[in-house]
Write a protein that binds this ligand. Sequence first.
Ligand code: ZN
Length: 441
Amino acid sequence: MVASDPLNDLHADVVAIVGDLIRFDTSNPGDNSGPGELAAAEFCAALLRDVGYEPEVFTTTATHRAGVSLLIPGEDPSLDPLLLTGHLDVVPAPPAGWIHPPFSGLIDDDGVMWGRGAVDMKDMVGMILAIVRGWARTGYTPRRPIAVLLTPDEEAGGHHGAHWIVANRPDLLHGATQAIGEVGGFSVDLPGGQRIYPVQTGEKGLMWITARVVGTAGHGSLIHSDNPVEKLIVALEALATHPFEVSLTPSMARFADTVGELIGEPLAFDDHERLVAQLGGLATVIGASVRTTLNPTMLSAGFKHNVVPSEATTGMDVRYLPGSREEVLAHIAEVLPDDATMTFANDDIALETTFDGRIIEAIVEVLGERDPEAVVVPYLMTGGTDGKAFSTLGVRYFGFSPLQLDGIESFWSMFHGVNERVPVRGLEFGVEVLDDVIRRL
Ligand SMILES: [Zn+2]
């Protein structure tokens, strides 16, 4: 009989779990419709019960919006629990353009697993589950208590997930003061051959603004001086082309110093083409991490060619740097016509923590041992995560879902894009690294 090897078991478990999770369609269209997360949550809870844990499956605003919570006691109960967290929902995945079906979890001949959620973030959910299952199988007790929280609705802002939890069931965090979640810890090979692991230490704030411009309706054949379509388009052009200034928050100042030194020249934040030459695909993220961005994303007006309508509306996705919300909002209000009104489809905070403390030290130690050439750097994420909600409870949130991504060049385009996939070897590396980091905390 072959004795079971804990590392092989950990690898086999993470690969099986991530594949199974991908096959649960947890698409989140954003309007509380869709299949929800309940089936996936029950599957995760069953995996935990199998090894002796007693997780709670909870529902939030509707019976199909669900997650899982578990507290694992630590050797030293006086230590604050560490939160390990991931979301169970995924953005929808229309099958057009996918090489392998998006809910297949198929592993191809090159050892790459395909499917929606492969990197955002059923990979991390699978790693968390495989790690704590490994602990139970081998009788390992972590030093500090570990809280596991798998959430619904992250992809639509967490109003049926993390924000609901913070408002209604903060006990599901079990008093955790620090958290490890998304989005960071994946390897990035720079065009010059250097390798970095960005760790998320902050998030830009977000405002999804609907702006409504009113005017005077009338026949399309006449002279008009108060056409809301024209007024809105003039304002939108000014807003969309406004050059928001580069401003380095502490995370990005550290990123710029470290990566600049690594590649032997300052990062060209004001010259995107050059930044791409320096950072490759990461440039589209980092370029947006050092300035506010405003992208018009929706536009609507009118109903007939020969009728000037009485109003026109636009949707804008605004992502601002920590501390700049009021200034950005004032700028938008000034550029829009005086009679315009603004409403928020989403309005969520920016946050940033410092690149220090035991979690960061442990990440640097572990990656230093396993990938000695690589450099760990902090960065400010352009999107939002459940970290926004959890931070309102005083939780320090780090995005660290480690993956080694050899051979995958377009990591960021896979986020919410087609052909999302993850190398199995990268998952195995990630689960080992994450386990090792947590054991040192
Ligand atoms: Zn995510």
